[in-house]
Design a protein around this ligand. Structure first.
Ligand code: BGC
Length: 419
């Protein structure tokens, strides 16, 4: 297959310094995240897959970064795992911090701009056992962790405090139910194990959308602000957070519900980012809001591997909306598709980028595009949906780049700024 970019469909002129990269998260790729709440959630729920060794990226990150850089990409988003840095409350690991310092250094040496996320869904187990994000001490605890991690962030240019606080705010109760002492296989009725599917990304798979918990959301906003305060003192990075923006559309007659869903799901978090340096936009699909809230997605042959509608146009809508609410420069920190058909991944991404380009042409300041994701990874309880630009053999951990990586790399290499 020809991986050369078709200039007549995707314009070659992009903003000066535009970053092209791939995004990952620690729990989904590193493996053996033993002190995290997700590890214990997986152990307590036989109905979901376990992360196990994941992609062994904890040891193989350099190979992964090298493949991205050699393809032509210029940025790499990865996360620092709180459960490794602070495996017990107040016990901080300098050795683990040094590991993430090496990741930052490796990205730099390979010519990739590191984009560092400080929290991507998983928490230390002790934190969730002791109330997690349902407890007001969470803000102080998170800020203390950020203070420690700030030690390696001095010359990092892009920091994301929390990944998708709007999804985290609905995941929190599930974690509390299944991870805290007393939850687990012997917990009895209502105790939690095996009673539900996880309220993470997988929850979106079956089209069931509990509303994000607003009280938790407001606590996450306070945690974000506390982190920003620490990071402003300790770094000169551009600081923001990443919000899941779903390109919501109102069904006829559901305007009132639409406004409310948009407020609780997205605007709360977008508005809270005013004063930050950028807003991270994570876009995959579009959803209809009817009188009952976000409508379940009916089966359709075009749906992606995790059941989401195939909507590459969602990226343009999401970017415009995020910019309209925040007034901030936008950084696309995730966009991608779960598919086993790599040609479809390329088609989706090309169309999404055309919509992104149109938003830029309309005057929106967009700083970069990070594809979700580099390696096929653990999709929060499910190894099925493959989003990666690189395949991974889960026994040998051998990485095999897909054509979509070469294609995206060629887009990045071909991109030029206006003279
Ligand atoms: C998350 C990722 C997830 C992806 C696809 C986003 O919600 O940040 O962790 O794998 O979407 O579901």
């Amino acid at each position: 297959m020809d991986t050369t970019r078709a200039d007549d469909t995707l314009p070659a002129v992009w903003p000066e310094g535009f970053l092209w990269g791939a995004s990952t998260s620690p729990h989904q790729t590193e493996g053996n995240n033993l002190n995290s709440d997700w590890w214990h959630l997986e152990a307590n729920m036989s109905s979901i897959d376990r992360s196990g060794d994941a992609c062994d990226s904890y040891h193989r990150y350099e190979e992964e970064m090298r493949l991205l850089a050699e393809a032509g990409l210029t940025a790499y988003r990865f996360g620092v795992e709180w459960a490794r840095i602070e495996p017990d409350e107040g016990h901080f690991s300098r050795a683990q911090l040094a590991h993430y310092q090496r990741m930052i250094d490796t990205a730099r040496v390979l010519g990739l701009e590191p984009v560092v996320t400080l929290h991507h869904f998983s928490n230390p187990r002790w934190f969730t056992d002791d109330g997690g994000w349902t407890d007001d001490r969470a803000v102080e605890r998170f800020a203390r962790y950020v203070e420690f991690v700030a030690g390696i962030l001095g010359d990092v240019r892009w920091i994301c405090t929390l990944n998708e606080p709007n999804v985290l705010s609905m995941m929190t109760h599930l974690l509390a139910t299944h991870v805290r002492p007393g939850a687990g296989v012997n917990a009895g009725a209502g105790g939690g194990a095996d009673s539900e599917v996880p309220a993470g990304a997988s929850e979106l798979d079956n089209g069931v959308f509990p509303a994000p918990d607003e009280e938790i959301g407001r606590r996450l906003i306070r945690a974000h602000k506390a982190a920003v305060k620490v990071l402003r003192q300790r770094t000169s990075a551009r600081i923001g957070w990443s919000v899941a923006v779903q390109a919501l559309v109102a069904a006829p007659g559901a305007q009132r519900e639409f406004q409310e869903v948009r407020r609780v799901w997205e605007d709360l978090y977008l508005e809270a980012s005013r004063g930050d340096d950028y807003i991270g936009v994570q876009s995959y699909t579009s959803r209809i809001v009817d009188e009952n809230g976000i409508a379940p997605q009916p089966d359709h042959p075009d749906n992606t591997l995790n059941g989401w509608p195939y909507r590459p146009d969602a990226l343009g809508t999401a970017v415009r909306r995020a910019h309209e609410v925040t007034g901030l420069p936008v950084f696309v920190t995730e966009n991608g598709i779960a598919t086993a058909d790599d040609a479809r991944r390329i088609a989706y991404t090309e169309e999404a980028l055309c919509h992104l380009h149109a938003a830029i042409a309309d005057g929106i300041d967009v700083r970069g595009y990070l594809h979700w994701t580099s390696v096929d990874n653990f999709e929060w309880g499910d190894w099925g949906p493959t989003f990666g630009l690189i395949a991974v053999d889960r026994e040998t951990f051998a990485r095999t780049p897909k054509l979509s990586l070469a294609w995206l790399g060629s887009v990045a290499r071909g991109a030029r700024a206006n003279p």
